[in-house]
Design a protein. Structure first.
Length: 144
């Protein structure tokens, strides 16, 4: 794997977790990145709390629009999901991606799912953004 692989982050609706991961990864200097949801309503804006939470990391979701996995036509080197069920969803929808799809936490040597903050207060989004940022820092180390 290259030091700067093209990465697709995947969650459920692509308005919180995967969108935050994409925005923060981009700010960390990686332009070959995208995000999608296994059951997203394409065109939705990122959740307001998600938009606010990434500002702390110098990222922006102002222009983000949700995208369903079915609409992804770019080629990615690595597909990283936020939960086990999303991992299964990607493999079901895109069997050809089985060799490059991983649970983000497991890829960086951790375990468990990144919990969805949808519908919760801003503190939950801040906690999720912090967790994702920490995982992305570990991702940088793994890819180095």
């Amino acid at each position: 794997m290259t030091k700067n692989p093209a990465i697709l982050f995947v969650c459920t609706g692509n308005t919180c977790r995967s969108a935050m991961a994409e925005a923060m990864w981009r700010v960390m200097g990686h332009s070959r990145v995208g995000s999608a949801g296994v059951s997203a309503w394409s065109g939705l804006s990122a959740a307001a709390h998600a938009q606010e939470a990434v500002l702390h990391y110098g990222a922006s979701l102002k222009e983000h629009r949700a995208r369903d996995l079915a609409l992804v036509d770019e080629d990615y080197d690595l597909v990283l999901t936020m939960t086990h069920s999303q991992y299964q969803g990607v493999l079901k929808a895109r069997p050809a991606w089985s060799g490059k799809t991983y649970l983000l936490t497991e890829f960086v040597g951790e375990s468990g799912d990144v919990v969805d903050p949808l519908g919760q207060d801003f503190a939950a989004y801040q906690a999720t953004a912090k967790e994702i940022h920490t995982l992305l820092q570990k991702l940088k180390e793994v890819l180095a």
